[in-house]
Ligand binder design. Structure first.
Ligand code: ALA
Length: 415
C-alpha cells in the first residue's frame, strides 16, 4: 500500500470522528461498544443516515421514469451518486459504474454474463487460495456450465499472494483471472498492478474484488488497469443492498444482460427486444434508490476525512493491536504478509474460537468468529475457525485494550 509514512501528528481526531456515528452512543451488555467487525460491515455515519432520511422524506420517487419534479430530483441525485463512485474509483466514465445488489452480485454478473458468453470447455479461470466464497462459487458455477477449469494460485505460508505465483498459473488457455485486492481474513494486500499487467500481456481478462481494499486504501482503476472491479457500499460506511461493478466499456457493452426487465431495454415487442448499453443494460428493475444516493454521502464522508488520513490512522491502530496481541501467550496470529492492513485473525490455544467470541461479546467487544466465508483458505491454514478483529476509521487504542482484556478473560475462563 502506498502510504505517506506514519506520523501521528494529531490531525486525525478519532474521538471526534466517533461522534459522527450515533451507534457509539449505545452500550452492549452494559459495556462500552467496541466494534471490531468493520470487515464484515461498517457502521454508518450521521451523514449517511441523514441522506437516507432526506431522500425518503423530501423527494422520494422512482427514477428514470417520471417527468414530475420529485422523480427528476431523485434521478439527478442518483446519477450524481454514480458520478461520485466513478470519481472515487478514478473511472474514466460514470457509464462504467453499474449498481448491483451487492459485490457478490457483481461477481456473479461477470461470471454469468462475461463467462457465459466467452468461456468454453478447456478454458481456464485463475483465482487464488485466499478468495472469499463470493469470488470462488460463481466461477465454479460457470465452469460447470461451460466446461472451463478453475486453476488455484497458491499463497505463501505467510498468507501472501505473490504475483509470480499467480502469473505462473497463466497458460494459453487462461481466459480470466479473478482475485481479491485485500484478504478479508488475513488483511493481505495483493500486488494488483503486477498481476493485471501480466494478464494484459496475455489478453487475460482481470476481475478485482475490492470489497476490503476500498475501505482502507485509495483505489484507482485506471492505475490498476483492471477490466472489472467490485465493492459493496455497506463496507464503505454506506447502506446495505448496494454493490458497485466497474467494467471496461467495450466488455460491458458486448456482454448479454444479466436480468431482463424495466430500464434496461431500448425497445420491447413480442418479436424481440433490444437492450441499452451499460450501465442501464445491467440495471433491470427499480434499484435501491435512497441507498445508492446514500452511498454518495458515504463517499463524501470518507473523502472529507481524507483517505490517506484514514489509512494512517488505521495503520497506527493496526501496529498497536499487533504488538498487544503478539504479547499474549498462547495467541497465534495468522497471516504475516509484508503488505497487509486493518485485519488481525488469530486463535487462542485451548480456547474454541466460538467461545472466545461469546466471552468477548459479554465485554461489549464485537468480532467475527468462524470461517469468514473462506473455507478453502481455512483449510490451507489448517484451522476450522479464526477470531477476526477488523479495524475501521473509528477504531481507537481503547478498543484494542478492551479486546486484549477480553482475551485474557477468555483464557482465564476457558484455558
Ligand atoms: N465478507 C464479509 C466478511 O469478511 C462478510 O466478514
Amino acid at each position: 500500500m502506498n502510504l505517506v509514512p506514519l506520523k501521528n501528528e494529531g490531525r486525525y481526531d478519532v474521538h471526534r470522528v466517533r461522534q459522527d456515528f450515533p451507534i457509539f452512543q449505545q452500550q452492549v451488555h452494559g459495556q462500552r461498544l467496541v466494534y471490531l467487525d468493520s470487515g464484515s460491515s461498517a457502521q454508518k455515519p450521521q451523514a449517511v443516515l441523514e441522506s437516507l432520511k432526506e431522500t425518503l422524506t423530501t423527494h422520494y420517487a422512482n427514477i428514470h421514469r417520471g417527468l414530475y419534479e420529485f422523480s427528476q430530483t431523485t434521478t439527478t441525485k442518483f446519477e450524481q451518486a454514480r458520478q461520485k463512485v466513478a470519481d472515487f474509483l478514478h473511472a474514466p466514465s460514470s457509464d462504467q459504474i453499474v449498481f448491483t445488489r451487492s459485490a457478490t452480485e457483481g461477481l456473479n454478473l461477470v461470471a454469468a454474463c462475461w463467462g457465459g458468453a466467452n468461456l468454453k470447455a478447456g478454458d481456464e479461470i485463475v483465482i487464488t487460495q485466499l478468495e472469499h466464497h463470493a469470488n470462488i462459487v460463481p466461477w465454479q458455477m460457470i465452469a460447470e456450465k461451460t466446461g472451463a477449469k478453475i486453476i488455484v494460485a497458491p499463497i505463501t505460508p505467510y498468507g501472501d499472494v505473490r504475483a509470480d505465483d499467480v502469473i505462473a498459473c497463466f497458460t494459453s488457455r487462461t481466459k480470466i483471472v479473478a482475485f481479491s485486492a485485500m484478504s478479508n481474513v488475513l488483511g493481505t494486500i495483493t500486488p494488483v498492478k503486477q498481476i493485471v499487467a501480466a494478464a494484459k500481456e496475455r489478453d487475460i481478462v482481470t476481475v478485482v474484488d475490492a470489497c476490503q481494499a476500498v475501505m482502507h486504501q485509495s483505489v484507482n482503476v485506471q492505475d490498476w488497469d483492471c477490466d472489472f472491479l467490485v465493492f459493496s457500499a455497506h463496507k464503505l460506511y454506506g447502506p446495505n443492498g448496494v454493490g458497485v461493478l466497474y467494467g471496461r466499456t467495450d466488455l460491458l457493452n458486448a456482454m448479454p444482460p444479466y436480468q431482463g426487465g424495466g430500464d434496461m431495454i431500448e425497445t420491447v415487442s413480442f418479436s424481440g427486444t433490444t437492450y441499452k448499453n451499460a450501465p442501464a443494460r445491467f440495471e433491470a428493475g427499480t434499484p435501491a434508490i435512497a441507498e445508492v444516493i446514500a452511498l454518495g454521502a458515504a463517499i463524501d464522508y470518507v473523502c472529507g476525512l481524507g483517505l490517506d488520513a484514514i489509512a494512517r490512522h488505521e495503520k497506527m491502530i493496526f501496529d498497536y493491536a499487533e504488538e498487544k496481541l503478539q504479547a499474549i501467550a498462547g495467541l497465534r496470529l495468522y497471516g504475516k504478509a509484508p503488505d497487509r492492513a486493518s485485519i488481525l485473525a488469530f486463535t487462542l490455544d485451548n480456547c474454541p474460537s466460538s467461545d472466545v467470541g461469546m466471552i468477548l461479546d459479554q465485554k461489549g467487544v464485537c468480532v467475527r468468529v468462524g470461517h469468514h466465508c473462506a473455507m478453502p483458505l481455512m483449510e490451507c491454514l489448517g484451522v476450522t475457525a479464526l477470531v477476526r478483529a477488523s479495524i475501521g476509521l473509528y477504531t481507537t487504542t481503547e478498543d484494542i485494550d478492551a479486546l486484549v482484556d477480553g482475551l485474557h478473560t477468555a483464557q482465564r475462563l476457558l484455558g
